[in-house]
Write a protein that binds this ligand. Structure first.
Ligand code: ADP
Ligand code: ZN
Ligand code: ZN
Length: 718
């Protein structure tokens, strides 16, 4: 019987041999028994014979034909990821699939059903506007429900009503009805810079990686949609990757409104399992022409893929932080080169990696230096020196005054502070006791709203002690500020102001954030207090002041990327101010107003900032001038964690390669949820040397039974 090699979701770096007694294709899903459990696997290759003894080799239980096999291209991409990230092939392949395709029961494939018109539409009541649009569409041809749902937010309900009342009925959709037009709605006439950007990418023959570096408001989105339009006209599919936090229904609605007739699906972890499967299959069938998604969508099947766009390419959410620790941006670049197609990385503050690659000519740099709307101006940026200001609970008089003047003018202010809760720590003024977490090396954050101390690392919580657990003294004091404290301070100062706090706590409910955005747009808010959730993507027309608190924390950080991130974040928040006709202003509270970061920021000068950071990185021997891999280990017993890392470190040194092997050090959070955490950094001058070293290191052969360990290639967090 023929032998096939199968990828299974087990943490072993091999494929598994099975016999199969019916024809199978590569990439097909199969049901097999593994360790007395039925599991779904994916056929990766065929084999002449197996090393497994004849009497032990098992048979495939069932070949699943409920779904097209994975394409050769996707399998190649996954193989690359498994090799590059040194992660077992089985879990790599299976983690790329929608959950429903991983479950050990076959999926029920819905026949493509459509809807068609059955009654004379002229009798439809005139007030039924959405129903009318549905009917008009169906008068042209039968359509799928998802096509119709795109017509209006209430289309789903109207379709039900129309069917119930007998205007329309289900029918089979035999051939796929091709998209009637790829009309681009509400297109602006491109500025010269924008047009040149579009032309340059379109002239690309085969693979090309373009870094679109455009200041906020330069109209990068307009460049994307014009590019997409041209690709759609040629019949191609487009993958548009966006940061996690940006993928709201608004964004999906926005792109759909620009291409009203083009099938668009989204792929992200917030979808229900069924919706994700359905969208994935539409992409696989080539029916969805635009796939808009977060990092996981980089593994979508797209048979006619012709363009990839990575928006906000510097964003941290493109990096997966567990399992297969991939960078969706980097995988996307590999995918584009594999497919011989252009990829556009867009950002106002590119990552230093991409910026450097553009400088050395590996990527092509396209700059947008002007705001697209002639009348809009960049916000004025300034610093408030906290050492020379009267401060109230961490907020300067000056900033309070600025907020007051916005309130009286009916304009909005945004106070940005990247810390939720009331105060990051509670402290005893007598003995110095602090609210340490019992399970972690971090502090418990004071949450006054629900009267709790809560650890943001392990989630444990307790009620606030009435007196010091150390000495019994009654004077416990909150130290530092979080969003809640700023909110209550501002409320005390401006009792009539309408204040809205936007952070993970206040937006836990799915609909809360949507409601809040509506409130902001309806100008029902005077002051916004929020974390980075507020920094991205959203357009708040009445906002004219941004105040930044706690920025200096990043300057003290041990992570060499902290300053890079802070700059990007501040540029982004600044971009929220004054986008409409009113000029915006940004005030940053800092003890170091002369720090180069703030000086470059004041002049909106990313290039100077980047070149300064790059020369520092070059001198210090940091990425992008070197390539890194981080081995992390954690476990309950400290000595085991360190012994393991020391052992593999000795192996690394014994290999005598041109790699730098650092010492074993505690992780930045040295203990989390009662687990000791430590790490070992390896660094090399080239990817190739690093990859060869990692292959020869063979750490998977070193037992680590009671430890959790992970290898992180191109790590982003330290
Ligand atoms: P970015 O993403 O680069 O920050 P956006 O794409 O959000 O910028 O564009 C900023 C604003 O400029 C938007 O309101 C957009 O509609 C408008 N815009 C973009 N391109 C043009 C253009 N060519 N002419 C007029 N307005 C434009
Ligand atoms: Zn005390
Ligand atoms: Zn904890």
């Amino acid at each position: 019987m023929p032998i096939v090699r199968i990828a299974l979701d087990v943490p072993l770096p091999t494929l598994f041999d099975y016999e199969v007694d019916e024809p199978v294709s590569m990439g097909q899903r199969v049901l097999v028994e593994f360790r007395r459990r039925q599991q779904i696997g994916v056929v990766i290759e065929g084999a002449e014979k197996s090393d497994v003894p004849q009497d032990r080799i098992k048979q495939v239980i069932r070949v699943l034909k409920d779904c097209e096999p994975l394409s050769e291209n996707l399998l190649k991409l996954l193989k690359f990821c498994s090799d590059y990230y040194h992660y077992p092939i089985g879990p790599t392949v299976l983690s790329a699939l929608p959950t429903r395709l991983r479950a050990d029961k076959p999926i029920v494939v819905k026949k493509r059903t459509g809807l068609r018109l059955v009654r004379d539409p002229s009798m439809l009541p005139a007030r039924k506007m959405v129903a009318r649009r549905i009917i008009d569409e169906l008068a042209k041809r039968p359509c799928s429900p998802s096509e119709l749902r795109r017509l209006a937010p209430t289309a789903g309900a109207q379709m039900k009503w129309l069917e119930k009342e007998g205007w329309i009925e289900p029918c089979e959709l035999k051939e796929s009805y091709s998209t009637p037009s790829v009309q681009l709605a509400n297109a602006h006439t491109l500025t010269q810079e924008q047009q040149e950007a579009v032309d340059q990418v379109l002239q690309s023959k085969g693979f090309g990686c373009y870094l679109l570096h455009g200041i906020t408001g330069s109209g990068k989105t307009e460049v994307y949609v014009h590019l997409m339009h041209r690709i759609l006209e040629r019949g191609g599919q487009i993958l548009l990757l966006v940061p996690e936090i940006n993928l709201t229904p608004q964004l999906e609605g926005y792109f759909q409104s620009r291409f009203p007739d083009v099938p668009l699906v989204s792929l992200h972890s917030g979808l229900s399992e069924n919706a994700r499967l359905e969208n994935w299959q539409q992409a696989q069938a080539g029916e969805a022409r635009i796939v808009l998604g977060t990092r996981l969508s980089v593994f979508a099947e797209l048979p006619a893929l012709s363009l990839i766009i990575v928006d906000e390419e510097h964003d941290g959410s493109f990096k997966q932080q567990d399992g297969l620790r991939y960078s969706a941006r980097d995988v996307a670049i590999f995918r584009a080169s594999q497919g011989g197609l252009p990829i556009v990385l867009g950002s106002a503050t590119p990552s230093l990696e991409s910026y450097h690659n553009a400088q050395i000519g590996r990527y092509r740099l396209i700059k947008l230096t002007q705001r697209a709307k002639a009348e809009s101006r960049l916000p004025r940026m300034g610093c408030i020196n906290v050492n020379q200001s009267v401060m109230t609970e961490g907020v300067s008089e000056r900033l309070l005054g600025e907020i007051g003047s916005r309130i009286s003018r009916g304009e909005q202010s945004l106070i940005f502070i990247n810390r939720r809760g009331y105060a990051p720590v509670l402290m005893c003024t007598e003995c110095g006791w602090m609210s340490d977490c019992r399970h972690c090396a971090g502090k418990m954050v004071l949450h006054l709203k629900d009267r709790k101390l809560r650890c943001h690392h392990c989630g444990s919580q307790q009620s606030i002690p009435s007196s010091c657990p150390g000495c019994g003294h009654a004077g416990l004091h909150p130290v530092g500020s979080g969003t809640q404290r700023v909110e209550s301070l501002l409320q005390a100062k401006y009792p009539d102001a309408r204040i809205l706090r936007v952070d993970k706590d206040s937006t836990r409910n799915k609909h809360a954030w949507k409601q809040m955005r509506e409130q902001i747009h309806a100008n029902e808010v005077d002051i916004l207090v929020g974390t980075q959730m507020l920094a991205k993507g959203h357009d708040f027309p009445a906002l004219t002041l941004v105040g930044v608190l706690g920025a200096d924390n990043a300057l003290y950080s041990a992570d060499f990327r902290a300053a890079e991130r802070l700059f990007a974040q501040l540029m982004q928040v600044a971009g929220r101010a004054g986008r409409a006709d009113k000029p915006g202003e940004v005030q940053i509270q800092t003890a170091f107003p002369d720090h180069p970061l703030f000086r470059c920021l004041k002049h909106h000068d990313f290039d100077s900032w980047a070149s300064q950071l790059l020369s520092e990185r070059k001198m210090a021997g940091f990425p992008p001038f070197v390539f890194q891999a981080m081995l992390r280990a954690e476990g309950k017993i400290e000595s085991e964690v360190y012994a393991y890392l020391e052992k593999v470190r000795a192996l690394a040194i014994a290999l005598q390669r041109e790699v730098e092997v650092f010492g074993v050090v505690p992780a930045s959070l040295a203990r989390r949820a009662n687990h000791v955490r430590a790490q070992l950094l390896i660094q090399a001058q080239s990817r190739k040397v690093l990859q060869q070293f990692l292959r020869d290191w063979r750490i998977e052969e070193i037992p680590h039974a009671r430890l959790h360990r992970s290898l992180d290639i191109d790590p982003m967090e330290f």
